[in-house]
Design a protein around this ligand. Sequence first.
Ligand code: GLY
Length: 280
Amino acid sequence: MRILIHGGFFSESSQSKETKEKKQKALLNILDLGKSYLKNHSAIETVIYTATLLEDDPLFNAGTGSQIQSDGKIRMSAALMNGLDQKFSGVINVENVKNPIIIAQMLMKEEDRVLGGAGASQYAENAGLPFYSTETPERKQEFLAKKESSGTGTIGCVVLDSQGRLAAATSTGGKGFEIPGRISDSATIAGNYANEYCAISCTGVGEDIVSAGLATKIVTRVTDGMSLKDAFNKSFKEMQSHDGFAGAIGVTKNGDIYFQESHPNIVFAAFNGIENIVFS
Ligand code: GLY
């Protein structure tokens, strides 16, 4: 069994040592909860469960604590991919729900598995999800001060379960101050992808990740026989020419795990089958 989680990027210049320690502690806590859950649940169930924990922690930019867009509203995106049947589901720019990843989970059973905007919010309401404001005082203050949020990023989780099944989940509050209607990478196959060989979740600048087709590209390379490390290195190298800003976590069916970032520092934690690792 393997489980990797990420919580976006950490900036040494704009974030304090205390924030870093808080994020490390929060990630290790959530990793342990996800790990225990994985003992009795499948990869897809575990990525959903773990992503909700990350969405509920206001330290991270997804669910509660999401960034505010240029018109003062919060719009969130999330996606799930089950490596077993290669089914992708996602929700784009949904408003006023606690856990966007739960809507992605609900959409898995639908014929129409990716919903956006007003239709996505209506679907959530029809499904009985209560109205919930994910705005926090910290994010509001940052928005009013028109400054970059310290929570820049996304959350994600990739899992290999005891039956050898893989899954990926990714959720984001976006980049902050964006034009309403912008679509991030998180609910696309560039930001979240899994098949029977590999599962990847990305964070960083959505436009760069989509331009690189990052998650799909890494998974395809692993599927075609490349090692996970080489697939990461080659895909990240290809982003260098346009200074792509991205990070990713990945796991293979053989239990290999890897993470990489184009710029420092991706916030991640992982259980490699033996011990927990956390970003430093
Ligand atoms: N990766 C999240 C975003 O760009 O919105």
